[in-house]
Design a protein around this ligand. Structure first.
Ligand code: ATP
Length: 366
């Protein structure tokens, strides 16, 4: 094969615009239907399932984040999709084919493990070529070279994994998974071994890379910022269940529950009495982002609150954190402490009297 590998580095073609659908893509590629998993030797809480009736749909080329706190069942869900764990109940289909009980290598799904799982005794090229053993050697080498060019690692083919940085090892793992042209790639906390700056750089590179190959991806993370920055849609998990699925924008602006409102960004929780698209609260009548009735808890983002100096005000600043691009204030009014984010220009010393106004729709929680 004389054709030179296509040299595509991370400065790559503009990606497709994020997918605009909500719960379900129009043509799902991967469907996960009510997966359940218990671990028989999991200790006193063994009766609780690690994963409970988890359902998801992933579209062609879509990137989804499974987001949630430690122990909520993200990795177990991913491992069931990858074929490394057998579900007690439920079904997984890929392009209409039931793959629930197929071994990992027969699924057409790639997996990038948290520790990358590179073979230490093989060099970079051999690691990437590993999954291509069924191909003639020359063809496999050409394909591996093409994948290394794609992830920007040309020239490092003969290094062993220990001679690479964490970010480079991760790209080798990605190249190895992509070499077999999977339709879906699963990534388990892929940035956890990188330092903060590398994480931010690498996540955009990985997103562009997946978009350029057309592979769909599911990424496990407990980092909300990472999920918001990277994913087309986020599935938020809590206690083994998916509690909300939506675009980053939908999840941030319209969290379904108090848990989501506080796990993704920060929220103030107010109580109120709702009547349709409005609720009566301590801050007056406020418009709602969706209809509700009766006693409700309401989520208000810190940036939705206006903070104005007012010597006669009943609220006062009790804490302040300067963050460069903005400032966080903690404002006490009677029993209630609100968190407010203001621009970098406003200066409200601790102890000063202020007035708070809510200047946007608030979200009724379930
Ligand atoms: P983390 O972010 O910490 O990796 P997670 O959300 O990925 O957490 P899982 O690893 O899926 O969570 O674990 C979910 C639950 O299942 C946890 O309570 C965990 O202790 C339990 N669990 C996972 N694997 C096993 C196993 N092999 N045997 C027994 N219990 C397990």
């Amino acid at each position: 094969m004389n054709e030179r590998p296509k040299i595509l580095t991370f400065k790559m073609p503009a990606e497709a615009s994020p997918l605009g659908y909500r719960q379900k893509p129009a043509r799902p590629l991967l469907e996960v239907d009510r997966l359940r998993k218990t671990f028989p030797h999991a200790g006193p809480k063994a009766t609780l399932a690690a994963v409970e009736r988890v359902s998801l749909s992933l579209g062609e080329g879509e990137l989804m984040a499974l987001l949630g706190p430690s122990g909520c069942g993200k990795t177990t869900t991913l491992r069931m999709i990858g074929g490394f764990e057998t579900p007690d109940e439920g079904r997984i289909t890929l392009a209409g084919r039931d793959i629930t009980h197929l071994p990992p290598e027969a699924r057409g799904i790639g997996f990038v493990f948290q520790d990358y799982a590179l073979f230490p005794h093989l060099d970079v090229l051999e690691n990437v070529r590993f999954g291509l053993r069924h191909m003639p050697r020359a063809q496999a080498e050409a394909r591996a070279g093409e994948m290394l060019a794609l992830v920007g690692l040309q020239g490092l083919e003969r290094r062993r994994p220990h001679q690479l940085s964490g970010g480079q090892q991760q790209r080798v793992a990605l190249a190895r998974s992509l070499a077999v042209a999977p339709r879906v790639i699963l990534l388990d906390e892929p940035f956890s071994n990188l330092d903060a700056k590398m994480r931010v750089e690498t996540r955009q590179e990985v997103r562009k890379l997946l978009k350029s190959t057309g592979a769909a991806g599911i990424l496990v993370t407990h980092d909300q910022e990472e999920a918001l920055a990277l994913a087309d849609r986020i599935a938020v998990m809590e206690g083994g269940r998916v509690v909300q699925i939506g675009t980053p924008d939908e999840i941030y602006r319209n969290p379904a529950t108090e848990f989501v409102a506080n796990f993704i960004g920060r929220s103030n929780i107010l109580s109120g009495t709702a009547s349709g698209m409005e609720a009566k609260t301590a801050f007056g009548n406020l418009p709602l982002s969706r209809a509700a009735n009766g006693a409700v808890s309401l989520a208000v983002r810190p940036e939705q609150i206006l903070l104005e100096p007012d010597p006669a005000g009943t609220a006062s600043i009790v804490g302040r954190e300067f963050r460069g691009h903005d400032q966080i204030y903690w404002v006490q009014e009677g029993e209630r402490c609100m968190i407010v984010i203001s621009g970098p220009g406003a200066q409200h010393p601790i102890g000063s009297r202020v007035r708070l106004r809510i200047c946007d729709c608030v979200v009724p929680l379930t």
